[in-house]
Design a protein around this ligand. Structure first.
Ligand code: NI
Length: 394
């Protein structure tokens, strides 16, 4: 059978892709509120003849496409949620929902995944297996993947694929890494309890502001002094709250922030040092500390054999692309939960275009991307699915 020219087929659908993306963009919805988006997704998947289940993991949608012949099952995941940001792009397709914006590109992810479904549905004869399209709610820190996994989306799945538009890189760039590609994320909440008093009488108080300040500084020694310089780790204190008035030493101070790591042994070491540092410094300053340290997501780790199939698909479908096999970000993704037991590949599709001013970072009020990235993502994902079902990497 002649190879399908997914590049040409996806380019031919560019207008539809753009229209679909812009419609999602005008009507962004926060995590677990993606009712309109999920409705459109479900309707379109049904129209393509897929078996559709709604309300998976709350507002998620699953569509099953059965190929002409038996074979493994590939999961293709797209996220649907927007962010609590007031859009400032001034685009004619800007958000019509005040304070809510597709500032991460998930509008593009939905449009691309629906178009992949459309292309693959028109090529059932080339599919040696099943494609399960998973439209996930609440990727932005609310745990949408967990609900879908609990509702069974991984049952019988052999491979998992997902992609993200990537505005740090230009259209034409692809990040398809072997091994770790997105970091494990922890969230910490620290309460430093001292003894409040008059601002003029520090000797009878135990100042939690000073103690918390020392904690913030000391935490920066974890990465610099306790992590192998060839490994990656981040400790960021992003919230510091204390006090009510200029002349009162408060009784407590609160810190929150995030830890990002890749290697499990680094994660363990950083967590251990985090507890020791917070407790030790707080005590040394006459206070006590309460620490809550929660794992949000594990690292996203690509299976090298699956990643190799995706890179081979890229070489055939997008031969003009620049492929980075070592693409990594300290950002995190709950797709990690879907790739924990299932070999998979999470790849990045360059989407910026500085010449057109389309290069604001993800989660920025002026975030927007070059829509010519959309057919490229569609072509690569479609080709990767077909190849995965054919080659069945171990
Ligand atoms: Ni995102």
């Amino acid at each position: 059978m002649a190879a399908i020219d997914f590049r040409a087929e996806a380019e031919a659908l560019s207008e539809d892709l753009r229209r679909l993306r812009r419609d999602f963009h005008r009507h962004p919805e926060l995590g677990f509120q993606e009712h309109r988006s999920a409705g459109i997704v479900a309707r379109q998947l049904r129209a393509l003849g897929l078996e559709v289940t709604e309300g998976v993991g709350k507002t998620g949608v699953v569509g099953v496409l059965r190929g002409a012949s038996e074979g493994p099952t590939v999961l293709v995941r797209a996220d649907m949620d927007a962010l609590p940001i007031q859009e400032e792009t001034g685009a004619e397709y800007a958000s019509e929902n005040p304070g809510v914006m597709h500032a991460c590109g998930h509008d593009g992810h939905m449009a691309m995944a629906l178009t992949v479904a459309r292309l693959l549905a028109s090529h059932r004869e080339a599919l040696h297996g099943t494609v399960r399209f998973v439209f996930q709610p609440a990727e932005e820190g609310l745990g949408g993947a967990e609900g879908m996994v609990n509702d069974g989306v991984l049952e019988g799945v052999d491979y998992a694929l997902a992609m993200h538009l990537w505005n740090e890189k230009p259209v034409g760039w692809l990040g398809i890494a072997d091994g770790p590609t997105m970091a494990a994320a922890d969230r910490f909440q620290v309460r430093i309890v001292g003894k409040g008093g008059h601002g003029a009488q520090p000797q009878v108080a135990e100042d939690p502001v000073l103690a918390a300040s020392q904690v913030v500084t000391a935490l920066q020694s974890i990465v610099s002094r306790h992590v192998d310089p060839l490994e990656a780790a981040v400790v960021s204190v992003t919230m510091f709250r204390a006090g009510t008035a200029f002349n009162i030493i408060p009784a407590e101070a609160r810190l929150e922030g995030t830890i990002r790591t890749f290697a499990p042994e680094v994660t363990r070491e950083v967590r251990k040092r985090f507890h020791q540092t917070v407790q030790g410094v707080a005590q040394g300053m006459g206070c006590r500390a309460e620490v809550a340290l929660d794992s949000l997501t594990p690292a996203v780790i690509n299976d090298p054999q699956v990643a190799a199939v995706v890179r081979a698909a890229a070489a055939e479908t997008l031969p003009d692309a620049t492929v980075d096999a070592r693409a990594r970000t300290m950002g995190s993704e709950d797709m990690a939960l879907m790739m924990d037991d299932v070999p998979g590949c999470y790849f990045f599709v360059g989407s910026n275009n500085p010449a057109r001013g389309l290069d604001a970072p993800h989660h920025h009020p002026r975030f927007d991307f070059d829509e010519s990235a959309l057919p490229r993502g569609v072509a690569l994902m479609s080709a990767a699915v077909v190849k995965m079902l054919e080659e069945r990497p171990a």
